[in-house]
Design a protein around this ligand. Structure first.
Ligand code: BTN
Length: 250
């Protein structure tokens, strides 16, 4: 068990334009051994990265684009998904506070009104069997009024509430909430973290159309495995674990 205070946003590095705040953070770790809690915030990213080979697009100055440096050296590599859960829980709480019911779509997309309001890209380094550094990049759509037509899945807080937000206020609130939702991770209480995550998990326990490498099927998400895999029940009762990229919602 580890108990140490987590201070997010000290220091806060503000940039106008950068390729990717995640890459900037990774570079800071390499060149200056930047400390835990360092936050890099940008108005615009020329090469914003999404999970897989995706890009993260965001209109200049409208949304939150930032990365947080963590050094969770107590966290076993095979439990790294718990960090992702804690961060997802914090963002989902913030979205709910501002705009109402929010869901987490596995593994860590934050959904509002069935569309994606925030995405998280976590890049870890591992030493022996523990996490060494972790860069958690967060894109939260705040004030953007229109998304390009190819982003049919995207939504902003503004589009739901009709209100514009001060990005610094939202960032401060969000950092406070993530600090809170990560507390159980830092105190070794993985069970609490997972319960909070499952409480908001999109389509948990609902029979729904899913697709894997053998095609479409009806399945039901029943749990998350210890390494973050999605546990899906099929009609015959067997439970299959899926890793990221192996399953899609139909
Ligand atoms: C995803 O849903 O695919 C993850 C998107 C993560 C986007 C954020 S924006 C700030 C940080 N810097 C990046 O290049 N990506 C993350």
């Amino acid at each position: 068990m580890i108990s140490r205070p987590l201070k997010l946003g000290e220091p806060l590095i503000k940039l106008e334009t950068v390729d990717s705040t995640n890459d900037y953070a990774t570079n800071l770790l390499r060149t200056e051994n930047a400390g835990e809690g360092t936050v890099i915030l940008a108005d615009y990213q020329s090469l914003g990265k999404g999970r897989g080979n995706n890009r993260w697009q965001s209109e200049k100055g409208q949304n939150l684009l930032f990365s947080i440096i963590f050094k969770p050296d107590f966290l076993r590599a095979d439990k790294q998904f718990y960090l992702s859960m804690g961060i997802s829980n914090g963002i989902a709480e913030l979205v709910e506070k501002i705009a109402g019911n929010s869901k987490i779509k596995w593994p860590n997309d934050i959904f509002l009104n069935n569309k994606k309001v925030a995405g998280i890209l976590i890049e870890n380094t591992i030493m022996k069997d523990k996490l060494y550094t972790s860069v958690a990049g967060i894109g939260l759509n705040v004030n953007q009024q229109i998304f390009s037509p190819d982003l049919t899945d995207a939504i902003s807080l503004y589009q739901v509430t009709g209100k514009k937000y001060d990005l610094f206020d939202v960032l401060n609130d969000l950092l406070r909430l993530i600090t809170k939702t990560l507390e159980p991770l830092y105190s070794g209480d993985y069970g609490t973290l997972k319960i909070a995550y499952l409480n908001r998990l999109f389509r948990l326990n609902e029979w729904t159309r899913l697709a894997d490498s053998s095609g479409m099927f009806e399945g039901r998400i029943v749990d998350i495995g210890e390494s973050g895999e999605l546990l899906v029940e099929k009609h015959k009762g067997q439970i299959t674990p899926y890793s990221f990229g192996e399953i899609k919602f139909g």
